[in-house]
Design a protein. Structure first.
Length: 119
């Protein structure tokens, strides 16, 4: 599975942005998907995930209520809708697909898309 993240860009604090992650080369509907982010000088952190069907989501406390993940199996795409952005949301955002052999691990990763949030 190849993943291509897009939609990043400079946004002001309080603004909104939607990231997309398009998948190819596999059966997208089988995979739960997740978003991670890595801020400058920090370790990568989990943002949230969606189940293979798209019916269930789970979020890190830091983004709960502000970010929404959705999955469109017909379009082979997962989205990360971000609102009420804060400067501390500044990071490179990555999408990832489940490792079907090892639950809780991620096998495929997108290349990352940068989201700078200005104060």
């Amino acid at each position: 599975v190849q993943l291509q993240a897009s939609g990043g860009g400079l946004v002001q604090a309080g603004g909104s942005l939607r990231l997309s992650c398009a998948a190819s080369g596999g059966t997208f509907s089988r995979y739960g998907m997740a978003w991670f982010r890595q801020a400058p000088g920090k370790e990568r952190e989990f943002v949230g995930r969606v189940t293979w069907s798209g019916s269930g989501t789970f979020y890190a406390d830091s983004v709960k209520g502000r970010f929404t993940i959705s999955k469109d199996n017909a379009k082979n795409t997962v989205y990360l809708q971000m609102k009420s952005l804060k400067p501390e949301d500044t990071a490179v955002y990555y999408c990832a697909a489940d490792d079907l052999s090892f639950p809780g691990r991620y096998e495929f990763w997108g290349q990352g898309t940068q989201v700078p949030v200005s104060s």
